[in-house]
Design a protein around this ligand. Structure first.
Ligand code: GTP
Length: 443
């Protein structure tokens, strides 16, 4: 494995981005003093010498050009050769070597080295001169770019671990989290091959809603040298999200640059299992309605709001009529399916902010926040109709009886329940298939 080479971004920077545009054009006959004055006035370091360039106004092509630089002029003056103000054509050096504006900085540096030149002309697509670039600006541009990473990846037995690990292992630039290397398991986790993921940052793989967490953990890594384990959703190449457990640690690479290793563990199965367990813990397995646990939590909170802010809270107890007879006549399985269908019909009518729970057996309860007794009675009536008005496939007509109460500020959950229960029993006693309000006085 050994040293890996990631593309130097310098190779991708175009010469046009770093070239200087200031230069002076002149014909070979122009006196050197005139050229020197024009150069000084324009702040130009170079005068390009070309036949009749001034007459046509067109840019001189690079062919046949000569040039004279400030160093040349100063050198001549120092050597006493500038005396007599010679024509610039007699002192201009060889034609200006050129690179294309679209060439890369790296290419221009190589060309400069090969020619032993101090500067290069820059030509546009049509071959006309569009600028100049010198050694200093090329070197400055190259130095401003991130250094090519000289990364030492694990070798020997460690290389086997790196390649075989079921964890995605990423090596990133420390500063910005840009991925420099990734092991093969990265493809299984993120859907990107190791080559495709390099150059991306961890932030690029993080969906918008998880960016704040990612940024926090990155700060932690910068401050403490490690981060995690923490859970994060990452974006796969196909746009899906995958939950991962992340551990990050800062390392000094062999070239002295700080980098960070990230280990990403796929926890999709674990999260799905957690969701499944949480669902089972809070829902009735037969009907899919909530069970008592979330109901009790929610009713406690809602009763607290009633006591504190005197908000309206409606409460229904719903019991299927003669359910024993349904079981006895059609069998327990049909009884089960009736329960499922009753729950479905109830759920279809209540609001998302209401809460339906199976309290046990053939009894359901419904909590109706922001609903007074009249509203609760009205809803109770609609629920009763939804059951009674459409016959059940295997069991025919089925009815429910409903006791309705509105919570009184300061009363206990137990008292609310017993008031609604009492109303339900009255509904049963009065012939079933009806909705009755609770008394304010508990039995
Ligand atoms: N199929 C099925 N039956 C259940 C389930 N839970 C409770 N039961 C049955 O529901 C019946 C409830 O009967 P009762 O409490 O006598 O009430 P009822 O027959 O509905 O009569 P009223 O409420 O007075 O109208 C019992 O026979 C229970 O065995 C369940 O999950 N599935």
């Amino acid at each position: 494995m050994g040293t890996s080479e990631t593309d130097d971004p310098g190779k991708q920077t175009a010469v046009r981005q770093v070239m200087a545009r200031g230069w002076v054009r002149c014909t070979p006959e122009t006196p050197l003093s005139t050229v020197a004055a024009a150069m000084e006035e324009r702040g130009a370091e170079v005068a390009v010498v070309a036949e009749a360039a001034g007459e046509t106004g067109a840019d001189p092509g690079p062919a046949g050009m000569g040039f004279v630089s400030t160093e040349t002029i100063l050198g001549m003056v120092a050597a006493g050769r500038g005396a007599g103000d010679p024509e610039v054509g007699t002192v201009a050096t060889r034609p200006l070597p050129c690179v294309a504006a679209d060439d890369t900085v790296e290419h221009a540096r190589h060309r400069l080295e090969a020619l032993g030149a101090a500067r290069l002309g820059v030509t546009g697509r049509d071959g006309s001169l569009v600028g100049l670039v010198d050694r200093r600006s090329l070197e400055r541009a190259a130095a401003a770019l991130p250094p090519p990473p000289a990364v030492t990846l694990p070798e020997g037995e460690l290389a086997t671990l790196y390649t075989m690990a079921p964890l995605a292992i990423l090596l990133t630039r420390f500063e910005d989290g840009c991925i420099l290397e990734a092991n093969p398991a990265t493809r299984a986790l993120l859907g990107y091959g190791p080559e495709e993921v390099t150059g991306l940052g961890l932030a690029d793989l993080t969906p918008a809603e998880a960016q704040a967490e990612e940024a926090l953990q990155h700060r932690r890594l910068r401050t403490h040298g490690r981060c995690g384990p923490y859970e994060l959703e990452l974006l796969r190449a196909n746009g899906e999200q995958v939950p991962v457990l992340v551990n990050g640690v800062r390392v000094e690479a062999s070239d002295g640059e700080p980098r960070a290793w990230y280990l990403l563990q796929d926890i999709a199965e674990r999260k799905a299992l957690e969701r499944e367990l949480a669902h089972r813990a809070t829902h009735d397995p037969l009907t899919g309605a909530f069970n008592r646990i979330p109901f009790e939590e929610r009713i406690d909170a809602e009763m607290e709001r009633v006591a504190r802010y005197a908000t309206a809270l409606g409460f229904l107890v719903i019991d299927i009529d003669h359910f024993k007879a349904i079981n006895d006549t059609h069998g327990h399985d049909v009884g089960d399916r009736v329960l499922v269908e009753v729950a479905r019909r109830l759920r279809d009518i209540i609001r998302g902010s209401d809460l339906l729970a199976r309290w046990g057996g053939e009894e359901f309860v419904v909590l109706l926040p922001e609903t007074d007794l009249f509203g609760a009675l009205e809803l109770g009536e609609r629920l009763r109709e939804a059951i009674a008005d459409r016959s059940f496939e295997e069991a025919g007509t089925i009815t429910v009886s409903i006791g309705v109460a509105q919570a009184v500020p300061g009363e206990s959950v137990r008292r609310l329940f017993s008031r609604a229960d009492a109303a339900l029993y009255r509904a049963k006693a009065e012939g079933r298939n009806r909705v009755l309000p609770a008394d304010l006085v508990a039995p």
